[in-house]
Design a protein around this ligand. Structure first.
Ligand code: PBG
Length: 370
């Protein structure tokens, strides 16, 4: 039945009517609040690119967790900034690691809060990659690289200073590139460290293990290790479809985890691939994931919707640091209305089909919903 019998505006007339027919609702019960724990005492250091988000020492993190809980948010996910980094991510799996310490203190201080532990190695590796790095080829000496570059260099006619400068720069790039180590992230060797980390975190009181490293086979490896250690009831929330994204920028400042060379494209997904995301999710489910996640959220709402359509596991989405930073920055400039845009963004993630939202806006949104 069309106009004039049908008038969709009839149900939009008042607040009460709009409320009655609303299809999607936000509740604080859907939120998970990410927290960054650092060494020290009384530390509360704001992340420059994420106003309102802090690096917190364990004591401060417990206070923050109490506040989060009192706002009706059921869960936090913990990231750690270790005091030292090395090539085997000791800080990730050591029983006195920073997240392990925080988990013990939070379990004591806020027993009802669900503690998620992000399982990844990048924050604990001196090179900032999510797995073990091995050299894939020996680097050429700078001299050998230069000789090779000279042999292959074309003769270029330079007409002026500017062109000469450009030609020299181009040659320099060729030489440095040739002298660089080719490296590889060793998938299978990394699994052992991820499994060890998961067991250690669970032992410290983490309730849900959330691997975000994107190594193949990590869910199976973690499940086996947890079961072996008798943690058969610890669920795994897999960052199943995690894309290589520029939106992680501010997080890498917050967690001090930027890769020192190269990037993460050899393990995180290509943003162009929806079908591959479905395969990633399917494999993680086969390996024993109890819940799945899509990350980032807003640039990948179609992936969330497709995952919701196809899989019946609880589905989470991570509204990442860059999504948060953009809203905060624009609002601080007076370019958008903060609360309105924050709620609209969160609602879009729910509407796409995520039942759980990991968001730095959890506290602010929960306050508005109260
Ligand atoms: C660890 C990890 C990252 C994020 C969550 N876990 C960073 C990355 O992969 O580079 C990003 C979260 C955010 O941007 O808020 N690998």
């Amino acid at each position: 039945m069309a106009f004039p019998v049908t008038r969709l505006r009839r149900l939009r007339r008042t607040d009460q009517l709009r409320n009655l027919v609303r299809e999607t609702r936000l509740t604080p019960e859907a939120f998970v609040y990410p927290m960054f724990v650092c060494p020290g005492e009384g530390v509360r250091k704001e992340v420059r690119s994420m106003p309102g988000v802090f690096n917190l020492s364990v004591d401060e993190a417990v206070k923050e967790a109490q506040e989060v809980h009192s706002l009706g948010i059921p869960s936090v996910i913990l990231f750690g900034l270790p005091d030292r980094k090395d090539e085997v991510a000791t800080g990730a799996w050591a029983d006195d690691g920073i997240v392990q310490q925080a988990a013990r203190a939070m379990k004591r201080g806020v027993p009802d809060l669900i503690l998620m532990g992000d399982v990844c190695l990048c924050e604990y590796m001196s090179h900032g990659h999510c797995g073990i790095v091995k050299a894939a080829s020996t680097p050429k000496s700078l001299g050998a690289a230069a000789r090779d570059a000279m042999n292959t260099a074309r003769v270029v006619a330079v007409r002026n200073r500017e062109e000469k400068k450009k030609a020299i720069e181009a040659l320099a790039t060729v030489v440095t590139r040739a002298a660089q180590v080719e490296f590889e992230i060793d998938n299978d060797a990394s699994l052992e460290l991820l499994a060890r980390t998961s067991v250690s975190l669970t032992r410290a009181g983490i309730d849900i293990i959330a691997p975000s490293d994107m190594m193949d086979g990590r869910v199976a490896a973690i499940r086996a290790a947890l079961d072996e250690a008798n943690f058969i009831n610890t669920p795994i929330l897999s960052y199943a479809a995690k894309f290589a994204s520029g939106f992680y920028g501010p997080f890498r400042e917050a967690a001090d985890s930027a890769p020192q060379f190269g990037d993460r494209r050899s393990y995180q997904m290509d943003g162009a691939n929806l079908r591959e995301a479905m395969r990633e999710i399917e494999l993680d489910i086969e390996e024993g994931a109890d819940m799945i996640m899509v990350k980032p959220a807003m640039p990948y709402l179609d992936v969330i919707a497709a995952a919701r359509d196809r899989f019946d596991l609880p589905l989470a989405a991570y509204q990442v640091s860059g999504e948060y930073a953009m809203i905060e920055a624009a609002a601080r400039n007076g370019w958008i209305e903060h609360d309105r845009v924050m709620m609209e963004a969160l609602l879009s993630i729910r509407r796409a089909g995520a039942s759980i939202i990991l968001t730095y806006h959890a506290k602010a949104a929960a306050r508005l919903l109260a």
